[in-house]
Design a protein around this ligand. Structure first.
Ligand code: ADP
Ligand code: ADP
Length: 232
């Protein structure tokens, strides 16, 4: 489903070059919930942002669903990104738009006709459990509800992959669990592949099938969650 070969990212600042992701090679199977764990500065966020080219790679190749992401031109990339939803630690919602209008936004961009958009947004709001809150503004929602909006927006165009960038790190433990439960149910219901990065072991233990441990831009260990964490 996802194949990553020799992926690298260097950041050049005034006086030095930082290698955030270093020759990383990895395969992720369809339908998996794949976790990447590591300390702060390990390169996790850069890695996940490379997958939809929010960061431009310095080298290497990314293939998602038979499409070589690293080769796409801007207009092709825009289409490919409809297949790759993403959620963020700080939700990245549009604060001047209601719940419904946040979720409808990617459908407008994709040129989905109005009647279909209305139908789709209702389904999405039900899916994430925000019925009754569709006319609220983000500032009126709890953290967990904001992330539910983020999830609904990310799923709007029926992506095959969902990228989660520290998606529960700003939430309390109880809310974290409810968001993780929602991700599992979406994975089961829609069969989509989920890649998440986190610095929290319990997140990996709770929902991931596969895990990779990242250090200094490299994967230093990888496998079944049970194998990696129970048989050191
Ligand atoms: P993590 O998500 O694991 O905390 P990051 O991917 O955010 O790690 O960062 C990996 C390394 O890359 C760090 O040394 C960080 O300072 C550096 N880095 C990340 N983004 C940038 C940037 N835009 N410019 C320069 N350095 C960056
Ligand atoms: P993280 O994964 O560390 O939470 P994000 O991916 O959410 O970071 O954001 C990366 C950077 O972009 C951060 O410095 C954040 O402040 C900034 N940022 C995030 N969302 C927005 C936004 N909607 N408008 C402007 N800046 C943003």
């Amino acid at each position: 489903m996802i194949s990553i070969e020799g992926l690298s990212k260097q950041f050049r600042t005034d006086n030095k070059t930082i290698t955030a992701v270093d020759q990383l090679t990895l395969d992720i199977k369809e339908g998996e919930i794949f976790g990447v764990i590591g300390y702060s500065g390990a390169g996790k966020s850069t890695f996940i942002r490379l997958l939809n080219r929010l960061e431009e790679p310095s080298g290497g190749r990314i293939t998602i669903d038979n499409q070589e992401i690293t080769k796409l031109k801007a207009n092709q990339l825009r289409l490919a990104r409809q297949e790759i939803g993403m959620i963020f630690q700080h939700f990245n919602l549009l604060w001047s738009r209601t719940v419904k209008d946040n979720i409808i936004f990617p459908l407008e961009i994709a040129g989905v006709p109005k009647a279909e958009r209305e139908k789709r947004v209702k389904e999405l709001i039900d899916l994430v459990g925000l019925t009754e809150r569709e006319n609220a503004y983000p500032s009126q929602l709890s953290g967990g509800q904001k992330q539910r909006v983020g999830i609904a927006r990310a799923l709007a165009n029926n992506p095959k992959v969902l990228l989660c960038d520290e998606a529960t790190s700003a939430l309390d433990p109880e809310t974290t669990n409810s968001i993780l439960d929602l991700l599992v149910s979406i994975n089961e219901k829609l069969g989509l592949t989920i890649i998440l990065i986190t610095h929290e072991m319990h997140v990996i233990r709770k929902i991931c099938n596969q895990v990779a441990v990242m250090e200094e831009g490299k994967i230093v260990e990888q496998g079944d969650v049970l194998d990696v964490f129970l048989h050191p």
